[in-house]
Write a protein that binds this ligand. Sequence first.
Ligand SMILES: NC(=O)c1ccc[n+]([C@@H]2O[C@H](COP(=O)([O-])OP(=O)(O)OC[C@H]3O[C@@H](n4cnc5c(N)ncnc54)[C@H](O)[C@@H]3O)[C@@H](O)[C@H]2O)c1
Length: 279
Amino acid sequence: MSNIQPLLGQVAIVTGAAKGIGRAIAVRLAESGADIVVADIDVANMPVTAQAIEAHGRRAVTLEADMRKESDIDRMVDQALQSFGRLDIVVNNAGINAPGGFLGVSRQDIRSVFDTDLIGPFMLSQRAAREMIKAGIRGRIVCISSIHSVVPHYCPHYSAAKIGLEQLVIDMALELAPYGIRANAIRPGGIAIRGRLETDSPDVANPNIPYEGRNGLPSEVAALAHFLVTEDSHYITGATVTIDGALSRMTYSALARRRRLAEEQHDLGFPIHIPGPVL
Ligand SMILES: NC(=O)c1ccc[n+]([C@@H]2O[C@H](COP(=O)([O-])OP(=O)(O)OC[C@H]3O[C@@H](n4cnc5c(N)ncnc54)[C@H](O)[C@@H]3O)[C@@H](O)[C@H]2O)c1
């Protein structure tokens, strides 16, 4: 049983777990044996995540908590300790973008994105790490970044927050290594979430994405998060792992060459999928 459930007896906080990638991660960790604090501002959807966790025989507590508020961040850690008596894992998943490129974005929106995507995860990880060290727990911290940390998307506030998050992970990995606490980042791109696709349909076709010509699935990000919090990734810390079907590797020049190659390879008997216009 223990190798089937490597997280049995452990406790995780997953932020932004009411839906999307956060829900998939929370449920995946529960499937692996962890009890979960489901933290989000979306009160309506948190019970759905909690029910899915309980369906795996694990305990879930839902907590209305806003990453922009320091007191709410403290409450997340307090809740984990009060409800489950320990804290092993933090997944900083909650994240937002805001409209407006460099010329249009407002100070208020810049602040909101930074508070949610960078400062909140900073404060939560700091508080959690202090508790882990006090309890002698070899904790794990995972931060959900984005390919837009390095691939421009006309949203400099979001990109700046996410690249900051990746740097935070590097520094946490160094400072927490002596305590056996690991910190890693996941850099997703093109993941199909319900709100954006406006459907639960498994049809995630996307010709822009080189690998399999489709969007990624929240469950695929969750599998990576699971790997990063189990002993299978024991020696991995301070890393950022991209999961995007090679979307962020496709450039205009690569695409042009790919089209030329496609003709040659077709003649050689290797027909290939040609990605659509670069995003
Ligand atoms: N979907 C993608 O393709 C993609 C790509 C790159 C990065 N990401 C990142 O993945 C993470 C999850 O995004 P998603 O795609 O599942 O989106 P989503 O909107 O479905 O989920 C985000 C969750 O975070 C919650 N949230 C937002 N602000 C919050 C706050 N202040 N406090 C607490 N919770 C808050 C929302 O209520 C929501 O439940 C985000 O950090 C996002 O930047 C997603």
